[in-house]
Write a protein that binds this ligand. Structure first.
Ligand code: PLP
Length: 382
């Protein structure tokens, strides 16, 4: 089937140049970068070129880049690795709308005796700087916050929030998994100690990510072994994946302006089209700065799962933020934290576009979606 793929915040299609570079490495440069022979040195060279490319994405120096297996590993490494260097402080601040990779670590930290505070957001998904500031304490060891929310696309004022956290002497981790390749990351200017990214969110391969670690920042490794990545992350480097990530990072920077403009126009066309055709549609975070590719829309009175099934049958891939656990459909924790009514949150569908999305695809969704929703509303008990 020719899918209309509007689930790019979940993962993206690798760019052809990424696939080409990876396949060339898999075929030709399969040596271990730690090996002494010339072939190993070739592999090492490829890894170091990729490190420079990823450093440009971070706005950092290559020495500040650690390759990992993805966003979740980077986040675990940053949060646990930074905290371990500061055993005397036992307080952690994060937000109520983080990705589960951060929330799950925070929960485990709480079980281990840390005090964890979750700063809340307003109805538009905005994080209030004053509330955030009030949560910081003299014994705050670590702050972990996202650059933009994966469900709503709402962007936080990371430079300001970092500054506030740094003023209180906290270590700062930024989850930029959803913004890398979409927004400029100015890790150095932010002053953050660590920033997490994953290649598959910006048209690179799965199975590889990176952690920016500010120079002279101490970090306790969480995976130990062969001493790779300056002894901060053991394990033979995934050379092809790392090379693919580097190529994807370079392409993202190269095409940034054009992609932002074009995809932004398509997202606005989709959103305006849906609002014009469907009177019971609500856009989440519409009043806040948002990622140009993301539109999360609640279809009041309907169930997201039913909509997703019909969309999928029609060849359209989208997502819902809700998790189906133990048979009960819980609305997403992000929409709950925003205070969205259950009737609307239950019908939340996230459309996330990419550089591969076309105007024809958007128009096709605008044709199909109202028909599907009519079918569902007709089935609703009156
Ligand atoms: N953080 C955010 C904001 C995300 O959107 C995701 C993935 O959806 C992750 C972390 C986890 O990344 P990965 O699944 O690549 O490990």
């Amino acid at each position: 089937m020719d899918w209309i793929y509007l689930d790019n915040n979940a993962t993206t299609r690798p760019l052809p140049e990424v696939v080409d570079a990876m396949s060339e490495v898999l075929r030709g440069t399969y040596a271990n970068p730690s090996s002494y022979h010339q072939f190993g040195k070739e592999a090492r060279h490829r890894v170091e070129v990729a490190r420079q490319q990823v450093a440009r994405l971070f706005g950092s120096s290559p020495k500040e880049v650690i390759f990992t297996s993805g966003g979740t590993e980077s986040i675990n490494l940053a949060m646990r690795g930074l905290l371990a260097t500061r055993p005397e402080r036992r307080h952690v601040v994060t937000t109520a709308v983080e990705h589960s990779a951060v929330l799950r670590v925070a929960e485990l930290l709480a079980e281990e005796g840390y005090q964890v505070d979750y700063v809340c957001v307003d109805h538009e998904g905005r994080l209030d700087a004053e509330e955030f500031k009030a949560a910081l304490r003299d014994d705050t060891a670590l702050v972990s916050l996202m650059h933009a929310n994966n469900e709503t696309g709402v962007i936080y004022d990371v430079p300001r929030l970092c500054q506030l956290a740094l003023e209180r002497g906290a270590l700062v981790h930024v989850d930029a998994v959803q913004t890398a390749g979409k927004l400029p990351l100015n890790a150095t200017e932010w002053g953050a100690h660590a920033v997490s990214v994953a290649a598959h969110k910006f048209h690179g391969p799965k199975g590889v990510g990176a952690l920016y670690l500010r120079r002279r920042t101490r970090l306790t490794p969480q995976i130990v072994g062969g001493g790779q990545e300056r002894e901060l992350r053991g394990g033979t480097e995934a050379v092809a994946e790392i090379v693919g990530m580097g190529v994807a990072a370079e392409a993202a920077l190269r095409d940034h302006e054009e992609v932002t403009r074009r995809v932004g126009e398509l997202r606005d066309r989709l959103e305006a089209g849906i609002l014009a055709r469907i009177p019971f549609a609500h856009v989440f975070g519409a009043g806040a700065p948002r990622l140009y590719n993301t539109s999360n829309i609640g279809f009041e009175g309907l169930e997201a799962e039913a909509i997703l099934i019909l969309l999928s049958e029609a060849g359209i891939c989208a997502s819902s933020g809700s998790a189906c656990s133990s048979g009960s459909l819980e609305p997403s924790h992000v929409l709950k934290a925003m205070g969205i009514e259950d009737r609307i949150a239950h019908g939340a569908i996230r459309f996330s576009l990419s550089r591969f999305t076309t105007v024809d695809e958007v128009d096709r969704v605008l044709e199909i979606l109202p028909v599907l929703l009519n079918r569902l509303t007709a089935l609703q008990p009156r």
